[in-house]
Design a protein around this ligand. Sequence first.
Ligand SMILES: Cc1ncc(COP(=O)(O)O)c(C=O)c1O
Length: 393
Amino acid sequence: MNTIEKFNEHVAPTYGRYDLVLDKGEGRTATAEDGKTYIDFGSGIGTNSLGYCNDKWVEAVCAQAKSIQHTSNYYYTKVQAEFASKLCEAAGYDKVFFGNSGAEANECAIKVARKYSFDKYGKDAERNIIVTLVNSFHGRTIATLSATGQETFHNYFFPFVEGFVNAKANDIDDLKRVLDENDGKVCAVMFEFVQGEGGVISLDKEYINAIFEECGKRDILTVADEVQTGVGRTGALLTSQLFGVKPDITTLAKGLAGGVPIGACLMSEKTSGVLTKGTHGSTFGGNPLACAGGNAVLDTVLSEGFLDEVCQKGYYLYQKLMALDEVENVTGTGLMLGVLFKNKKAADVCKACLDNGLLVLTAKEKLRFLPPLTITYEEIDKGLAILEKVLSE
Ligand SMILES: Cc1ncc(COP(=O)(O)O)c(C=O)c1O
């Protein structure tokens, strides 16, 4: 029995997988079981932010594994203390709750948003609605699926969680309509600055400003889901910094620990007092290995000039993609880009790229690029040469 047969015998078939067994990785190159190599333009799904087996990251995670790999959250660890300080100081937040995934970070955000209103306005006010955007994606748990503004996800698992209402993204009038219709009942507006799974669609600056203005007027919390856009992906530590706004809550996951499972819910001074003893928890949350990986990621991402380079490499990739004949348009920011083709189907291009040694992603009808933040110009050129060849066939 080969690896794929063995895998399929017992792993639940929830993913459409390619017939590819990845065995090793180094830098921005993955090697398959059969020895074939692949340039990586996907980083998992934006998760291996420093590429495969980055020296400093490996050193940090291995040293931590040799020191202490887990303690329950009944005790303190030095590595979690260090990581929380580094993250909160760099991001400009007061407190953080650590979980293990994007969905878990968003679950925490939902709980904080609801309890904030509960504490301030009382149970009877029923101020618990969270407005999320059409075409958003917030995770696969029942609550985060309920928050997700895409009908295709609202299937099979009834009943979904109540208290989520959608507004159209980039439509200020619709946002105001939804807030007016639910006047006094909304505790938060939750959004992605760039809708990743929804097709790499950026929110307009005016729309973001309107969210903050309307929420400010009505004492509604702003919740930024930066699970995909955060940790340098768009050229800033947080995409909110590019937009010049400060959400009351920001969630992070994917690239935060460079490939070790992690989720983080960042709380501003306004929201940091909401979670009290016994109101939330997670067995693995703040795991030492994840925090050690996170420290290595932050040390690199926050090092002098690193984020400027992400911006420059992102712009380089954007220009090169725009220059391709078959490309209709390119959306996104930094090293988070989506490509719409004139005639070709993104899924077909993605598969053909794989056959030619390039790992890349799709998002709806687009080809999606989330390369490691450490990718070099040479590697970008190499990957683009493969894409060009595929598009010419
Ligand atoms: C914006 C956003 N939020 C939440 C999630 C869910 O993250 P996870 O799969 O780690 O639970 C994702 C995953 O793609 C995401 O892109």
